[in-house]
Design a protein around this ligand. Structure first.
Ligand code: FES
Length: 116
């Protein structure tokens, strides 16, 4: 499956709250800032498909705002709850711009968050 990098935001303009959501080729993407750098995941909880972007990000973990599942941003691994891991997208910084790669094909129904 091919994928393409898309610009999100300049690193210098990254929001102070430590997260930003974007739509890329139909994918809902959540980019978070951790102590180890920026990470990008599918903005969809693996429990009941809620958007994760309204949730909190603390100590490298993303917390689902609906029922509180937690996911490690770096790996997508579920660390609070017994749910599947998040899909992690490749991220790079090119000339100060944060870029995320998503598949060139649109997400299927089980990869899209509720209401999107
Ligand atoms: S939808 Fe995220 S924990 Fe239930």
């Amino acid at each position: 499956m091919s994928e393409t990098f898309h610009p999100i935001v300049a690193e210098s303009d990254f929001p102070e709250e430590g997260k930003i959501a974007a739509r890329l080729e139909g994918w809902s993407v959540l980019v978070v800032k951790t102590d180890d750098g920026f990470r990008a995941v599918n903005d969809r909880c693996t429990h009941q498909a809620a958007l994760l972007s309204p949730g909190r990000v603390r100590r490298g973990a993303i917390m689902c705002p609906l029922h509180g599942a937690r996911f490690e941003a770096a790996t997508g691994r579920c660390i609070g709850g017994a749910y599947a891991d998040l899909r992690v997208f490749p991220l790079r910084i090119e000339n100060g711009m944060i870029e995320v790669a998503v598949p060139d094909t649109a997400p299927g129904p089980d990869e899209r968050p509720v209401g999107v």
